[in-house]
Design a protein around this ligand. Structure first.
Ligand SMILES: Cc1cc2nc3c(=O)[nH]c(=O)nc-3n(C[C@H](O)[C@H](O)[C@H](O)COP(=O)(O)O)c2cc1C
Length: 167
């Protein structure tokens, strides 16, 4: 699909059908994530896939309301990321955000839907799952076949002139 068409079609999906997501499609989402650029190509990120029997426990611990066939949790590890020497600015969260952006666009391309979920109980997840403890948890991505269109927020955008100007 032409990129701008893909970008225009994408919206935050918050309701999904029960239809399972094919393994090949999940692999493509991961492929898109791996292709994302990161500072110095350090790839200081990780994706955890949550499905089947683990879903309920995960959803309850994270305190998210979204019920989807699969979840992907994206984390960034500061120790493994590039840091700018002038002001110690660490790029881990940005790297992971680019990864997540690749994922959501590939999800759209595959005819699936997701919503970047930033509102969840990250400390509770870290307490329950030891492997998460060294990561900054940047988002949970519920994934499935869409059962609802965009919310009113989708079209609530600023004017381009408010967003872009000459310096
Ligand atoms: C970093 C980030 C965090 C977000 N967290 C949430 C969230 O916790 N819950 C939610 O319903 N939507 C969340 N969203 C979705 C935004 O509300 C949504 O992208 C925005 O309103 C524009 O709508 P659209 O994605 O349909 O175009 C998040 C989006 C981003 C980029």
């Amino acid at each position: 699909m032409e990129f701008l068409t893909l970008a225009k079609n994408r919206y935050s999906c918050r309701k999904w059908k029960d239809t399972p997501v094919e393994k090949e499609k999940l692999e493509k989402i991961i492929e898109a994530a791996v292709l994302a650029p990161t500072g110095c190509n350090y790839q200081p990120w990780k994706i955890w896939i949550v499905q089947d029997a683990h879903k309920e426990e995960f959803r309850e611990t994270a305190k998210i309301r979204f019920e989807a066939p699969v979840y992907m949790l994206v984390g960034a590890k500061k120790d493994e990321a590039w840091t700018r020497e002038y002001d110690d600015w660490n790029i881990a969260d940005i790297d992971a955000a680019i990864v997540a952006t690749h994922m959501i666009l590939e999800i759209e391309e595959l005819g699936l839907g997701t919503v970047w979920t930033g509102h969840f109980d990250a400390p509770a997840l870290k307490e329950k799952y030891e492997v998460l403890k060294d990561y900054s948890l940047i988002g949970i991505f519920p994934i499935g076949y869409p059962d609802k269109g965009p919310s009113h927020l989708h079209d609530k955008t600023k004017e381009v002139t408010d967003l872009v100007s000459d310096l």
